[in-house]
Design a protein around this ligand. Sequence first.
Ligand code: A3P
Length: 345
Amino acid sequence: MLFKQQALLRQKLFVLGSLAIGSLLYLVARVGSLDRLQPLCPIDGRFGPRSQDEIPLRAMQFKRGLLHEFRKGNATKEQIRLHNLVQQLPKAIIIGVRKGGTRALLEMLNLHPAVVKASQEIHFFDNDENYAKGIEWYRKKMPFSYPHQITIEKSPAYFITEEVPERIYKMNSSIKLLIIVREPTTRAISDYTQVLEGKERKNKTYYKFEKLAIDPNTCEVNTKYKAVRTSIYTKHLERWLKYFPIEQFHIVDGDRLITEPLPELQLVEKFLNLPPRISQYNLYFNATRGFYCLRFNIVFNKCLAGSKGRIHPEVDTSVITKLRKFFHPFNQKFYQITGRTFKWP
Ligand code: A3P
């Protein structure tokens, strides 16, 4: 009897042990394969023939570790020299549109091993004081990267600021420009919500959206209201087109980036001539947040801050209708110029 129990116990221990070892082996293999998800080297031809301005990759196994430390400013001069790290001017800039999903786009692109993001909005080209500090000042604001990685920054104010296109052109006339847009009325309400929250934080009162968006004298859309003006995408884009050809822009569908981010990111990878590296594994839907969040590897994942994805106040439907009607012709023009059509009303 005792012998039988001992045998049974041994059998159970054996099964449990096998399960533990199996899980351990699975984890090791998984971490290994995650590493392989990030490309390890710039093997010519590995991603098919390279077009002229395609960016080669090189060893980046440190991207999430070492580079992160460097970004925090912990790198010694010796480490920088040893790893051949540089602070590079951006090869691509997310120029707008404010509340279009610029942060989500930047963070999601940063999942790509060949992309390094400037964490802060630098506001170099739209702020005269910063611009006067010169291009070296701007470059020094960039994160450390390996020479073959590309740096991307985002400052949504660039899109609507008059002087910016010329200034960026002077820095790099062949730079790639990313614009993320959302349905214009929703974007305007999102813009308003952000300002409203700022006022509330300071215990200040603020007008209702309806009051700002509609001119009380004419009962027409108030084109002096900044949140409305920003949503007239074509007007701003036309200013940019005086300096850059349309081929240098890529339009990202901000509404789709919310619901279905991967295809949008794949289009950006293509535009930036990057090999496709962002996968569904890197993006998971977080039901509590109601948004997709980012998974870098088995241990590191993150959602965007709570300030992204605010609940919008309810807006009078007649005002929404009026705004949509107002934006309609501008939207048509925008589709025509960009060659990208959206199902905006
Ligand atoms: P709302 O706050 O109106 O929902 P920006 O970064 O340009 O300020 O844009 C903010 C918007 O990004 C948010 O607007 C939100 O809808 C959108 N967004 C897109 N993808 C997101 C994500 N994965 N997590 C949080 N917000 C996201």
